[in-house]
Design a protein around this ligand. Sequence first.
Ligand SMILES: NC(=O)c1ccc[n+]([C@@H]2O[C@H](COP(=O)([O-])OP(=O)(O)OC[C@H]3O[C@@H](n4cnc5c(N)ncnc54)[C@H](O)[C@@H]3O)[C@@H](O)[C@H]2O)c1
Length: 319
Amino acid sequence: MKRILITGAAGFIGSNLTDRLLAEGAEVTGVDNFNDFYDPAIKERNLADALAHRNFHLVKGDLNDASLLERLFTERKHPFDVVIHLAARGGVRPSILAPEVYCRDNISATVSLLEATRKSPTRRFIFASSSSVYGNRPETLFSEDLDVTRPISPYAATKSACEQFCYTWHRIYGLSVTALRFFTVYGRRQRPDLAIAKFCRKIQSGEPIPVYGDGRTVRDYTYIDDILNGLTAALDYGASPFEIVNLGGGEPVSLARMISEIETALGKKAVIDRRPPQMGDVERTAADVRKAERLFGYRPETSFTDGIRAYVRWLKEDR
Ligand SMILES: NC(=O)c1ccc[n+]([C@@H]2O[C@H](COP(=O)([O-])OP(=O)(O)OC[C@H]3O[C@@H](n4cnc5c(N)ncnc54)[C@H](O)[C@@H]3O)[C@@H](O)[C@H]2O)c1
């Protein structure tokens, strides 16, 4: 049985991954500080199924707490086979308002976790990075070998820094690290601050939706099940000890089309509140996913239209 530590287990991606790995027969330890970046009650609900599972153990606490990390790794009969580090503060715009908090929860927490991991027998580390590290770029597709030293938000800067710390810990201590750059993830349990979740909520209740710019910004949206497929494939990847790999949907979608797909799925028109473009937001993202396919057979399977329909179905059932 695989023994896995998932940080940020109560969050959107973490709770979905926890459920998937438990269903596949793994033993999962989840750690999360249930911070109030969004309502912690949502995070409690995300873990409701997992908490009923006998192979799930929840540790409530902060990765910046050194004694908690030490207990997590040493007070065990068997070491973790792999650490999947998803805990972080997400959100580009809030990171401009509180950059220190992002340095603490993203950079310091990651360094503390790398330290605790390297002191333990665990040698495999998977890190959740982000497409935001690419910044604004002229290239048609964003591939992993592009220069990412020009982040345009504090959030992106923290993710880029964490990738570098992961590399350093790989070089010095021989950790086997895969950093996965997620491209805007959506689907069941999506974070309430993200555009698709926010727009669905507001359109359903008849409130205007804030639309920044002229609707021509483009995002490569990735359905949650594709991200889970990529994460589980990366778990078994061991051919190379350090890799950075994009996980995207492979279908860039304009903001205008995103709104119209939601309108169709909900059967309701949006009221648009047009606003100027936001600082820190990139104009477009477009994932080159050929490396993920080559290394571990990743292929996004859910089209944007199908993913939005599935998400809206889940929203209606969840209510
Ligand atoms: N959702 C996306 O579209 C997206 C895109 C690119 C990258 N990512 C990355 O994927 C990861 C998961 O994102 P998500 O959307 O599920 O976010 P989320 O906010 O739903 O989950 C993150 C979890 O980490 C926990 N956490 C934060 N700081 C912590 C700390 N110091 N100690 C312990 N727990 C802590 C939070 O309470 C939260 O439950 C993050 O690293 C994020 O940056 C997400």
